[in-house]
Design a protein around this ligand. Structure first.
Ligand SMILES: Cc1ncc(COP(=O)(O)O)c(C=O)c1O
Length: 430
């Protein structure tokens, strides 16, 4: 974790003349980044020298390893988390005239999966403290779909930042309303929650029909681009395998004809959403380190939490509460604590000043997320009277601080120093 390897790779930020005057600037601290070591590079080189670059045996090995890590029997590796959402929505029954619900606070991909299948999206408001859609807000969005004459079909709860959504209550809602649950666990590989005294892993499909992961470089492990779908349902698994590759089957029992051993049939329109053997070789090597990556993320989160408390900064910045789940800390999100009756616009202005203050000190925070209902391309899915007070409150004051496995203790200290300095100037400003 204390390796300077990645630190040296980070980009410098000051102009050369500043550097001459003040010495080298500290490296830019992004909100997230990959950790690639020599074993990863060796695994990729070995795969490149092998017989299979694309659809070889490493894909199945990676799928088995991900399934075992998450505790679900079946896994299908695909070309991105977005492709995973697309195929999961199709298998979940999304088609024109059907609808799906996802959280208003997430990356647009969570909603786009529903749209790629021709479905209508309804957005669920979030708890302003956690940024998570709840069973209650999701049910209101289901009712909205029905009021618009659209048959609801899938729910896509999002494990925002690495917390797990309240999946048992959402599964109960789905059972009551006859819906399919697709857990968007893109942020939550390695997270868990406790249900009836038992620890349940994110992505295990204990309280969902399908779950998706992303292996984008800022996530817990990377295959460059990449994603996966998990399920307990063998029929869904077989359908996903075909949809990932053009809708082609070689299952002799299902062929209309059989012209010989070379013969295959496209029996429905599928896609080219495959992940390569080389990418899976990287994924397997990364997976060996997942435990260490998670420990590092949790250590950094604990260090931030302690530092904020020790420096008396919790009146200024509030970390996400961690009520019922063991977060995988894909993101470390803080909120600016609102002042008495402070309007959201004022909190948002203070957040902008904090963002700029951190940037000026070589720290690159990010805002997760702009509520989807604000995206122009989603306007047709929003009713004129629809309001998202939880998402608006969440968005106004949220900021994601750097968290990635190769961060040094001094990096965390640098962020805390900058937060402390800003809190003092913010207070003086009134
Ligand atoms: C919550 C969530 N779901 C899905 C995705 C899509 O993953 P990918 O970038 O691998 O397509 C992302 C990507 O950041 C995400 O944050």
């Amino acid at each position: 974790m204390t390796s300077a390897r990645n630190a040296s790779a980070r980009r410098a930020r000051a102009a050369p003349e500043d550097e001459a005057a003040n010495g080298p600037p500290p490296p830019l601290l992004p909100y997230g980044r990959q950790t690639i070591d020599d074993a990863d590079i060796a695994a990729v080189v070995a795969a490149l020298k092998g017989d299979w670059l694309t659809q070889g045996p490493t894909v199945a090995r990676f799928e088995e390893a991900i399934a075992a890590r998450c505790g679900a029997p079946y896994c299908v590796a695909v070309s991105s988390g977005t492709a995973a959402l697309h195929l999961a929505s199709l298998v979940g029954g999304i088609e024109p005239g059907r609808g799906g619900v996802t959280s208003d606070i997430t990356f647009v991909a969570s909603a786009n999966g529903i749209r790629y299948g021709g479905g209508t999206v309804a957005l669920a408001d979030v708890d302003p403290l956690t940024g998570l859609a709840t069973a209650a807000t999701i049910e209101r969005a289901v009712d909205r779909l029905e009021a618009r004459g659209v048959a609801p079909k899938v729910l896509v709860p999002v494990d925002f930042a690495g917390q797990v959504a309240e999946l048992p209550s959402i599964a109960a809602l789905a059972a009551r309303r006859g819906l399919t649950v697709i857990e968007d666990a893109a942020h939550a590989l390695g997270a868990s929650y406790v249900h009836e005294g038992r620890t349940v892993r994110a992505g295990s499909c204990t309280h969902s029909d399908l779950a998706i992961l992303s292996f984008h470089p800022v996530k817990h492990i990377t295959t460059l681009e990449g994603g996966a779908i998990l399920t307990r349902d063998e029929g869904a698994y077989r359908a996903l395998l075909e949809l990932r590759s053009h809708g082609i089957t070689k299952d002799r029992a299902r062929l209309h004809h059989d012209d010989g051993p070379w013969y295959y049939e496209q029996q429905r329109l599928g896609f080219h959403h495959r992940l390569s053997d080389v990418a899976c070789a990287l994924g397997l090597s990364q997976l060996d380190k997942l435990g260490a990556f998670l420990a590092a993320r949790r250590w950094i989160a604990a260090r931030y939490g302690r530092g904020l408390a020790q420096r008396g900064l919790l009146d200024h910045y509030r970390p996400l509460p961690q009520p019922h789940a063991r977060s995988a800390f894909h993101l470390y999100v803080i909120h600016l604590v609102p002042r008495d009756r402070e309007p959201l616009g004022s909190i948002a202005s203070r957040r902008l000043r904090l963002y700029e203050h951190l940037r000026a000190r070589g720290i690159a925070p990010q805002v997760h997320y702009i509520p989807i209902h604000r995206q122009p391309d989603f306007a047709p899915f929003i009713d004129v009277d629809e309001r998202f007070p939880g998402a608006e409150a969440f968005y106004a004051g949220c900021l994601s601080l750097p968290v990635f496995p190769s961060m040094l203790e001094s990096d965390v200290g640098r962020v805390l120093d900058a937060l402390e300095e800003h809190a003092a100037s913010d207070e003086a400003r009134g």
